[in-house]
Design a protein around this ligand. Structure first.
Ligand code: WT7
Length: 653
């Protein structure tokens, strides 16, 4: 990709001296240990990091690959790992610092967290009969009660499935039904940009059809707007919570019992319920917090994600609390009341580690290039990015203006399925090349290979695979083990054995650095959020005038990628000239079926799609046309080669 050698930025020396991993020698030592004695390596960390109720008898069971099992026979409780075990030394330490959209604040100590989670668990158990293995769907704003709810489920051994608040009633319903949830936890709504917005009405709509599994709905009253209450189904958290005792025995969970489901988009079909297990997940959540962010006892750490995504699970709730850190939770948006809000919070709370998405950095840069100068950001030590590649201008601004040229930027590559970071710089050790996720973390066997497991030539793109199972990996797709095997273990092999393929392409440079080039499947990445083209296409097809549709990603300066749809109408003659009106309608359908986050930025009516003779849509051509590129590939294999020029005319106008 790049012709000239990329500049290298070395970790700050003073920082490196006190970091957990201090230099590349230490990194290589750990990595070599893992390579020489994989199970011994993980055994060491599992014993050191987890407070086991009962020890495990086997580190890794590969007998039913790719359904790998870790720490077999061990018993633990994740909420105990995140709360109880800290009480002796940290009961008065802030566990969660919450800032509301309107500037309201709460500091929740570990002891208070203990009480709140125990009460919450007792409420779910005693009032709603929630028990081990039950599924609980959360449709929540970014408020501390969302974290309490997750941890309360973990305490009881119930499996939570958090659905991002930006998803529509239909999308929520699909997830509730697929998980067969017994309870839904939501809020009346919350605040955004000083205005109340609503969630409970969305739950009401979702439950109108096909959700007989749901017995109870628990509503946290946050914005105190009026909502409909259904007698016998809906309960107010605020009214019930004080009635329960603040002592609830943590359930002794098997290492491999499911901890949570989180639905994510794939290249085909409906969203997949990614299933994570107890022990392996919490182990790696905690270890990566310690290694990648290097959070110290007195530090304040802030991740701006939403708990509806894996980043919020692992790096707002589970990882920070497992290590006993102070985690900041923010209800609002970083651009309100102005583009200095985030930096104001950094100054106010003396944030030491800040973790966000490149899209947010680009927006804050664009809207408030000089805002950071107004605040004291000297507390910052480590800056993180996640979700998409970071481009050089955004990186430079982040490094210089936010990090003052003194902070390491950790560009963390991972996925919903990996549970935690896989490829990332270590802030005290790794010489950083901007825009590059650098090296696999110690113990993670990430490799860029071809389908047969051969390494590629330097600079050549290959498949980003993880060639050995790791503790925090996806265990299966809920209700669909076949799809799990096909989706992740069907594309690449090493030494004849199927290996995990991420769906991303990557390049290794002459120094062994890994640069992620993006999805090689039909998944697009909008503002660091994963969207399946198949899902969006299925939604668009529900519009009565649409005969055929193809959705592709188009590079976007702010969002990374924007959503571009080509639609073929059933009755072309009639609907021409009303493109804008039609686009609006189509986006309304998408908002209803999936949510506003999946709305298309561009919708073009075209006379047909470029298909091969076997009927396969050539998305590569559509991506090139969306970009305004010249078509270089051979189009003679198309059923109708003339369609390309006709589509181009429609797009260019
Ligand atoms: C996809 C996973 C992991 C939490 C947020 C997204 C892309 C993720 C990076 C990065 C380039 C990245 C990949 C990946 N991605 N991190 N540092 N550089 N691309 O989780 O929704 O499961 O999406 O996000 O394409 O496959 P997700």
């Amino acid at each position: 990709m790049s012709e000239e050698k990329k500049p290298v930025f070395y970790p700050n020396r003073e920082f490196a001296k006190q970091a957990r991993i201090k230099n590349m020698c230490e990194y290589h030592d750990l990595m070599n240990w893992a390579k020489e004695d994989y199970e011994g390596y993980w055994d060491h960390w599992a014993k050191e990091k987890i407070d086991w109720f009962e020890p495990y008898t086997q580190v890794l069971d590969e007998s039913n690959a790719p359904f790998y099992k870790w720490f077999v026979g061990g018993k633990l409780n994740v909420s105990y790992q995140c709360i109880d075990r800290h009480l002796e030394v940290r009961k008065n330490k802030a566990a969660i610092i919450f800032e509301g959209d309107r500037g309201d604040k709460q500091i929740i100590t570990y002891l208070e967290l203990y009480r709140n989670v125990n009460r919450f668990a007792n409420l779910l158990k005693n009032k709603f009969g929630v028990k081990k293995g039950d599924r609980v769907v959360l449709y929540m704003p970014m408020i501390p009660e969302a974290a309490y709810a997750m941890l309360a489920c973990a305490r009881l051994g119930a499996i939570h499935s958090v659905v991002f608040g930006g998803f529509s009633a239909e999308a929520l319903r699909d997830r509730i039904i697929d998980a067969e949830a017994k309870v839904v936890i939501t809020a009346d709504g919350a605040f955004r940009k000083d205005k109340p917005y609503m969630l409970k009405p969305v739950v009401d709509t979702a439950l109108e059809e096909g959700c007989d599994c749901v017995e109870k709905v628990l509503v946290v009253q946050r914005n105190h707007e009026d909502v409909v209450w259904i007698e016998g189904r809906d309960y107010s958290y605020n009214e019930l919570i004080d009635l329960d005792s603040d002592n609830c025995e943590p359930e002794a969970m098997e290492s491999e019992d499911p901890l949570f489901l989180l639905y994510t988009s794939g290249s085909t079909g409906k969203p997949k319920g990614v299933q994570h297990a107890q022990a392996g997940y919490i182990l790696w959540a905690q270890m990566t917090m310690e290694w990648v962010f290097d959070v110290k006892e007195n530090d304040t750490y802030w991740c701006t994600a939403d708990i509806g995504w894996i980043t919020g699970h692992t790096y707002i709730v589970y990882g920070p609390l497992a290590m006993g850190a102070t985690t900041v939770m923010f209800e609002g948006v970083p651009t309100y009341p102005d583009a200095g809000r985030a930096w104001k919070m950094v100054e106010e709370y003396k944030i030491n580690q800040f973790y966000t998405a490149p899209t947010a950095i680009r927006v804050l840069h664009k809207m408030g290039e000089h805002e950071p100068e107004k605040y004291d950001l000297s507390s910052l030590k480590v800056l993180g990015t996640v979700g998409e590649p970071i481009d050089p201008p955004a990186w430079k601004w982040y490094y210089e203006k936010i990090g003052g040229g003194r902070c390491s930027i950790v560009d963390t590559w991972w996925q919903t399925e990996t549970g935690g970071h896989m490829i990332s710089p270590l802030p005290g050790a790794t010489p950083i090349k901007p825009g590059c996720a650098t090296f696999p973390l110690p113990g993670i066997m990430a490799e860029v290979i071809d389908r047969d497991g051969n390494p590629l030539e330097t600079g050549e793109q290959g498949l980003l695979c993880i060639t050995k199972p790791w503790p925090s990996m996806i265990r299966t797709i809920w209700n669909d083990p076949d799809r799990f095997v096909k989706s992740y273990f069907g594309d690449a092999k090493k030494d004849g054995k199927p290996v995990y393929f991420s769906g991303d392409g990557a390049i290794v440079d002459e120094d062994g650095y890994i640069t992620i080039t993006g999805r090689v499947d039909d998944v697009i990445n909008v503002s660091g959020h994963r969207m399946g083209t198949a899902e969006i296409e299925a939604a668009i097809k529900k519009h009565p005038h649409v005969a055929e549709v193809a959705v592709v990603g188009k590079p976007d300066e702010i969002k990374g990628e924007s959503i571009f749809a080509y639609v073929v109408l059933k009755d072309v003659e009639d609907s021409f000239g009303e493109e804008a009106e039609l686009a609006k309608e189509i986006n309304q359908v998408i908002a209803k079926e999936i949510g506003n986050i999946a709305k298309c930025d561009t919708i073009k009516v075209v006379p047909g799609l470029p298909k091969t003779r076997s009927g396969k849509v050539m998305r590569r051509i559509l991506r090139a046309i969306a970009k305004g590129e010249e078509i270089k590939q051979d189009i003679s294999t198309l059923e109708d080669p003339s369609i390309v020029a006709r589509i181009q005319t429609c797009v260019i106008g």
